[in-house]
Design a protein around this ligand. Sequence first.
Ligand SMILES: [Zn+2]
Length: 171
Amino acid sequence: MERLRAEFAQGGLGSPDRLDVLHPERQVVQAGPVGGEPAADLRLARELRDTIRSLAAATVDGGALDPDLVATLNRHAGHAPRWRELRTTPEPHTTERTAGRPVAAALAEVAENAVDLLGGPLRDRLRACQRTGCLLYFIRDASRREWCSAGCGNRARAARHYAKVRRGSGG
Ligand SMILES: [Zn+2]
């Protein structure tokens, strides 16, 4: 699920093949038909990604949330019914099931996570990554960090250092 979120957030949705990232690591057991059009799934995934990104930007800016975008997000969240069932072997554990297609269920879960984030107590801690070129948002903890990840923090610091060195050398 972490990789799914990362892929989704990084915008790595260039082709229908990329939607495969929504499948393999998930525990969703499918109860409904497979079917579906890869191109249509891709369109849905991009629509959801762009919707969440716009709503996150508005949230960070403290602006009003566009009702049309909110309606789109809610539609995605309700797109595929999902529920958890109890399994007993090898040990008791839960398995998520869906009556829809796995891709639709995965997108619905992403949408539902966004609903929880944008409508819950964490919305006040949502921040945009401050590294130039990074499109990600993150939940800021008590450390008051400015970057979505340690990787972005390192790259941003390296860029600052490089700019300083260049200025220092008169170039
Ligand atoms: Zn970042």
